[in-house]
Design a protein around this ligand. Structure first.
Ligand code: UDP
Length: 241
């Protein structure tokens, strides 16, 4: 452990890309285990953790419905939401393998495999030290799990929305394509919206801005980074008012 946590309650947004090997799709047990080890270390510091899982490693609604109307756009989004459940189930078991107590919660009911998301119950799980894994996003089509993260972050009263990515934070250009891209240490919501910087989708940024929920964009592929970020070490990009 690196020190004392700077936050008591966090929301961690894990995109689907965290569940597979770079450039691949589907689920890699190794990648899921790696995340689970990092998250379990943060939990052992006594930090309350809610995780919103994405589904992009399996299916994104906007991509599937583009260019054809055989599968309706709304249907494609519901398919994307069910994809997040697959990741949620994987993460739940991987976390329990690390000895963490967890609950999988969905907004679209799946009584046999998950609990319905009920705000007060989610808060009670957190207070008991359980890691709450939130799947199916908002339960509504046409938005993404980033928006779900902003909404749940607000209603669960977290101090920070930690957006896990494959790069070190927010850059002036795509760092995987442009070697001259510079990494921002901090940004305001306004700058992100104005310059259309790739932090999260714009709806999610707008919600965080309205609710004054700070966002930390950081690289979770570097082992120990989730813990370092939670302990307040300067890393990634901090987005606030
Ligand atoms: N989705 C949705 N409503 C939500 C959250 C997700 O319709 O509230 C659908 C949407 O089609 C999205 C897919 O589920 O593309 C998977 O989620 P997302 O793209 O956010 O996953 P990530 O990019 O984080 O892996």
């Amino acid at each position: 452990s690196t020190g004392k946590p700077a936050f008591r309650r966090i929301l961690l947004k894990l995109s689907g890309e965290g569940f597979c090997r770079p450039g691949e799709g589907g689920i890699s047990v190794e990648e899921v285990s790696r995340i689970a080890r990092q998250v379990s270390r943060v939990a052992s510091l006594g930090v309350e953790i809610a995780v919103v899982v994405g589904g992009g490693n399996i299916l994104r609604g906007a991509q599937l419905s583009r260019g054809s109307d055989v599968i309706k756009e709304a249907t494609a989004h519901y398919m994307g939401m069910t994809a997040t459940v697959i990741n949620g189930l994987a993460l739940q078991d991987a976390l329990e393998h690390q000895g963490c107590e967890t609950r999988l919660l969905t907004t679209i009911r799946m009584d046999e495999i998950a609990e319905p998301f009920i705000r007060r119950r989610a808060l009670s799980h957190l207070a008991k030290g359980r890691i709450v894994v939130l799947a199916t996003g908002t339960g509504s089509p046409f938005v993404t799990t980033d928006t779900a993260a902003a909404l749940r972050g607000k209603e669960l009263g977290v101090e920070v929305l930690m957006k896990a990515t494959r790069v070190d934070g927010v850059y002036s250009a795509d760092p995987e394509k442009n070697p001259h891209a510079i990494l921002y240490e901090s940004l305001t919501y306004d700058q992100v919206l104005r310059d259309e910087l790739k932090v999260m989708d714009m709806t999610a940024i707008g919600m965080c801005m309205e609710n004054r929920l700070p966002i930390l964009v950081f690289n979770f592929k570097k082992d120990g980074n989730i813990e370092r970020a939670v302990c307040g070490e300067p890393l990634g990009t901090w987005v606030a008012a």
